[in-house]
Ligand binder design. Structure first.
Ligand SMILES: [Fe+2]
Length: 202
């Protein structure tokens, strides 16, 4: 497992090594040949996505935000509960990664995580992550002056029941310091399988 940030972010082909033509200094000047060269490097870069996600998840061991368990522990508990409940691969990995947006900030973290997952997971897994806070609100929004029934705006969505199971059974329960979670290493092959898929655009 790659374990340093530099190992996943440094591109050792920096400087257009191997491209002999004119490049120009703005995108408007980039030739078709140069764009082909860039596209090949972008494809290669996609091979680092699983490693990047694993580094982000591991970094969440340092993120507590006032909770008794770390955000990594919370992620592992959520994914373990999903797996033990018979969730499919996409939902297990989505459960593991659903709060990864918190590595930047709590604001909009569901949408951030959902968009990171979107090219590689099912539409329903993407949707559940994107709106999971609306479902989570049932469990605590009333205590912070917010509407606890925000989930009802999604009641006609085909993944509504899955959103409820995710929030009510797997996510909101995953703050137990005594829960017997699987390790990140247990989930690593699943992360590599999902993020090793051909990425979908759009
Ligand atoms: Fe969560």
């Amino acid at each position: 497992m790659t374990d340093t940030t530099n190992d996943i972010l440094i591109d050792r082909t920096a400087g257009a090594v191997g491209f002999d033509g004119e490049i120009g200094s703005s995108m408007a000047e980039f030739s078709a040949e140069y764009m082909t060269y860039v596209e090949e490097h972008l494809d290669t870069d996609l091979g680092r996505v699983a490693d990047r996600m694993l580094v982000l998840l591991r970094s969440m061991d340092q993120l507590h935000q006032g909770f008794v368990v770390s955000q990594l522990d919370h992620a592992l508990q959520t994914a373990t509960r999903a797996e033990r409940d018979g969730a499919d691969l996409d939902m297990i990995v989505a459960s593991l990664c659903h709060d990864v947006g918190k590595t930047f900030s709590n604001m909009n973290h569901p949408a951030v995580a959902a968009e990171m997952l979107r090219p590689w997971v099912s539409d329903e897994a993407y949707w559940v992550v994107k709106y999971h806070q609306d479902f989570q609100g049932r469990h605590y929004y009333a205590r912070i002056g917010m509407d606890p029934d925000l989930r009802l705006r999604h009641v006609d969505h085909p993944a509504y029941a899955l959103g409820e199971k995710f929030a009510d059974v797997w996510d909101q329960t995953a703050f137990d310091p005594d829960y017997d979670s699987e390790s990140l290493e247990h989930f690593e092959p699943m992360v590599r399988e999902v993020f090793g898929r051909t990425a979908r655009r759009g």
